[in-house]
Design a protein around this ligand. Structure first.
Ligand SMILES: [Fe+2]
Length: 287
């Protein structure tokens, strides 16, 4: 029996709750194509309270595209190297309050992430999203022309600098030093073009972008500060208040996100990161 999938928009510009789909067995072509269409249109999809196993989470990501391998700096779930384990709590207070898209320090940043809440604090720990396509579209034509051909450096060390400041975390520091510099400190266009939807998006973040190529640092810093600050405008934001087993799928190119660190109790999230959509999935989408 097939169910009708419905997308209930969450804001005036992006985000939708997805009704009528069971992610434990949503792997037929029609369902996957509907999810992809919905993701391209809404950028962030909230699938409420999907009681799926680690294997089913993995299978869903695997169905959408090629997965990111084991993360160089973040733990994974036992027996699932692609399934990131994001844990915070009394022993590890949240310390990653920065707007970012995931892993833009890679030469080819991942296309989307599938994040699920497994254990939540009594309150707090929301995740915020920003619509980088709408932010780009609303820039003036003068500014769009100015940034059109600019590139900027995305640097893993900038993103993980808080970890660097923690003398206890020598293992992460060592792992970062061992990373291939050609795949952890890279230049990307300031104006991104989405490979599937063709939409343009603003492609710099407070977290990872360290400088604009070819500009003196002070000029580049001023421009980056102004561009990066657009994510703080509420009209471009969406805030998700988690319930256990919610799964949120986000377009990692057209959006950025921010993990609100307003909690002290234990919080456990799992994330599958899709590096590149399967060619067939992408082709169906643009056809
Ligand atoms: Fe992230």
């Amino acid at each position: 029996m097939t169910m009708d999938m419905e997308f209930e928009p969450l804001t005036g510009t992006f985000g939708a709750i997805v009704h009528g789909v069971d992610l434990s067995r949503a792997h037929d072509d029609v369902t996957i194509d509907s999810i992809m269409n919905g993701l391209m249109e809404h950028l962030v999809l909230v699938f409420p309270q999907q009681d799926i196993t680690e294997q089913q989470h993995f299978d869903l990501g695997n169905r959408l595209g090629d997965l990111e391998p084991r993360h160089p700096l973040i733990d994974h779930v036992a027996d699932f190297e692609n399934l990131l384990l994001l844990e915070n709590g009394p022993d590890r207070p949240p310390n990653n309050e920065d707007w970012h898209a995931d892993m833009t320090f890679r030469a080819a940043p991942p296309h989307c992430s599938l994040l699920q809440a497994k254990v939540l604090p009594t309150r707090g720990g929301d995740t915020m999203f920003a619509n980088m396509c709408a932010i780009y579209e609303d820039l003036s034509d003068t500014l769009k022309a100015m940034i059109e051909n600019l590139t900027a450096i995305h640097d893993v060390e900038r993103g993980f600098r808080k970890v660097l400041d923690d003398p206890k975390d020598q293992a992460t520091l060592q792992a970062m030093e061992n990373m291939d510099p050609t795949n952890s400190r890279v230049s990307h266009p300031v104006t991104g073009i989405h490979p599937v939807s063709g939409r343009r998006y603003l492609n710099v973040s407070e977290c990872y972008t360290s400088q604009i190529d070819g500009m003196p640092q002070d000029e580049g810093d001023a421009l980056l500060k102004m561009l990066s600050a657009q994510v703080w405008k509420p009209r471009y934001q969406l805030r998700h208040r988690w319930a256990v087993n919610d799964l949120v799928m986000f377009d990692n190119l057209g959006t950025q996100h921010y993990a609100v660190g307003d909690y002290t109790e234990y919080r456990r999230m799992h994330r599958i990161t899709v590096k590149t959509y399967h060619a067939t999935t992408a082709r169906e989408r643009v056809a």
